[in-house]
Design a protein around this ligand. Structure first.
Ligand SMILES: [Zn+2]
Length: 265
């Protein structure tokens, strides 16, 4: 028997029907953006020099794709490298949030560092935040056909345990069935990541995670994204600024840069 061309042996592509779209740009209110850069200024004013800090980007639960505020958790001191995020830190911060709000990502500053992009350390932190944040933002994004080899169809009341041995998946139905197709819901979530610097620069990415409810197939991806300002009328007031000063004073611990150790980060 002659083999067909290899290309002909490929399995047909899985069919997929989109149900919802995850964000492709980062929308942020002027209030939240100003707050982020104000933290940078306050760090220099209060602690005498620049250093890295991180915070969470916050959204209203009813509109999770718009950043409306920045939350500043207690940043742990770490002399060797940029502070690392742990799930329990994220959970503790979330517990203190009003019910109507959720964390939709994280933001951190490189202060006056020359590195105006995400670093490898950032990528490790990102994985932690992504797991946590997507768990809060899970929504059905697609219906995907599950390719099943050796599907066995049995009829209710007319099978024995021995009938369950063959096949990779067994479907038991109340009427005789010869073929069946199975579609699973794919759930997806996103997480924003923003890095800023003292000079006013910023870089940002959106991270995605998708998982098939039946197959458990998980996909993680990320892409660069534009940041778009969406005014909501809120201004940073003198009392907001006072509150922020107090947070910068009490929740951040100065960690001076040690340039030699930042190599390769
Ligand atoms: Zn970084």
């Amino acid at each position: 028997m002659r083999l067909k061309r290899l290309a002909d042996l490929k399995k047909p592509a899985q069919r997929e029907i989109p149900l919802a779209d995850l964000p492709h740009e980062i929308r942020i209110t002027p209030f939240a953006r100003e707050k982020a850069y104000t933290i940078n200024k306050l760090v220099r004013a209060i602690h005498g020099q620049s250093y890295e800090w991180y915070g969470f980007t916050l959204a209203w639960r009813r509109q999770p794709e718009v950043i409306v505020d920045i939350g500043l958790p207690v940043n742990e001191k770490n002399q060797d490298q940029y502070v690392s995020l742990a799930p329990d830190q994220i959970a503790a911060f979330r517990e203190a949030l009003p019910k109507a709000m959720l964390i939709n990502g994280w933001i951190h500053s490189h202060g006056d560092l020359a590195l105006q992009h995400f670093s490898r350390v950032d990528a490790a932190n990102q994985a932690t935040v992504l797991d946590y944040v997507t768990a809060q933002l899970w929504l059905p994004v697609a219906k995907v056909e599950v390719a099943i080899q050796d599907l066995v169809c049995l009829e209710e009341g007319r099978w024995t345990e021995a009938d369950l041995r063959p096949g990779s998946v067994t479907l038991i139905t109340d009427v005789p069935v010869r073929t069946a197709r199975l579609w699973e819901t794919e759930y997806g979530g996103f997480c924003f990541a923003i890095v800023i610097g003292d000079d006013g620069w910023h870089d940002q990415e959106i991270h995605y995670k998708k998982r098939g409810i039946l197959s458990g197939r998980t996909f993680v991806s990320h892409q660069s994204a534009n940041m778009r300002l969406v005014p909501d009328g809120r201004q940073l007031t003198p009392s907001d600024r006072e509150e922020l000063e107090e947070a910068v004073r009490t929740r951040l611990s100065p960690v001076p840069y040690i340039p030699a150790k930042l190599e390769g980060l």
